[in-house]
Ligand binder design. Structure first.
Ligand SMILES: [Zn+2]
Length: 263
């Protein structure tokens, strides 16, 4: 109840026009995170584990869900604000996920990234364990991973700062990385963009696996394909269209409360 009171306080402050930065406000980011978490849980991209973060604009901090909150029921008022030292600034005594260092170190290393997901997605775990079989971009929406999907070789849970730094180094300037036998990270410029990327990442991996299973040879996107696709790409339009589709479906099915308007 205390966190709900805090959330309503923040909401009231934002409605007065304070603390709203260029881009998304804190309330919008909290709502986007809750929305995306519920939708990706519905899709099997998150399960009993996995979490998404959003960079808190203008601060060395991030928004993230609480450690043990079921992904199917994450709500804006339960989201924590955590600084880059792991201290909870808003939402205490709630605890952030045990692998929050993943988010902190990637957000620190990648100023172009505003949202990170860590998930134990089945497709990611599977490809992370295959020898010499990197995920190839074969579907048209897979150009996001044209530079490759590196595999972080240490399968451990990432709980210490140096582990987070090491994973951020593996990710480098790519938009996805696998963690061997464990899961993946994906990064994007916003929470809605990250949600749509997750759906396309899963689609591409499933298609590639189906080809491998058929015994046929896959035809990955070539450099020329990527050049042509990106030349005609309307990323913002595409993200907006799919966001609307999934949010509307979520409202109709009851997955998302209808009064979550800030997203
Ligand atoms: Zn994990």
């Amino acid at each position: 109840m205390e966190s709900r009171g805090l959330f309503l306080g923040i909401l009231a402050r934002e409605l007065k026009g304070m603390d709203t930065v260029v881009g998304y406000s804190d309330v919008q980011l909290r709502t986007q995170l809750a929305t995306t978490t519920r939708i990706l849980h519905e899709h099997g991209i998150l399960d009993y584990s996995g979490h998404i973060s959003a960079r808190a604009p203008g601060r060395d901090a991030l928004f993230v869900q609480q450690r043990t909150d079921p992904r199917s029921g994450v709500a804006p008022e339960g989201i924590l604000l955590v600084d880059f030292n792991g201290n909870v600034l808003e939402g205490a005594p709630g605890k952030p996920p045990s692998e929050t260092e993943i988010h902190i170190q990637i957000l620190k290393a990648r100023p172009d990234v505003n949202s990170v997901i860590h998930s134990h997605l089945e497709m990611a775990v599977l490809f992370s364990m295959m020898k010499n079989t990197p995920i190839q971009p074969i579907r048209v929406r897979a150009t996001r991973w044209k530079t490759g999907v590196p595999v972080h070789q240490d399968p451990s849970h990432i709980k210490a700062t140096d582990q987070g730094v090491s994973l951020a180094k593996t990710l480098a300037n790519h938009n996805a990385a696998l963690i061997r036998g464990h899961g993946m990270v994906l990064v994007a410029e916003s929470v809605p963009a990250l949600m749509i990327d997750c759906i396309h990442f899963d689609e591409n991996a499933k298609a590639y696996l189906a080809i491998l299973n058929s015994g046929r040879e896959a035809v990955p996107l070539t450099e020329q394909d990527v050049y042509a696709i990106e030349g005609r790409e309307l990323r913002e339009h595409h993200i907006g269209k799919l966001w609307k589709y999934y949010v509307q479906n979520g409202r109709e099915s009851g997955l998302l409360p209808k009064d979550w308007k800030a997203a």
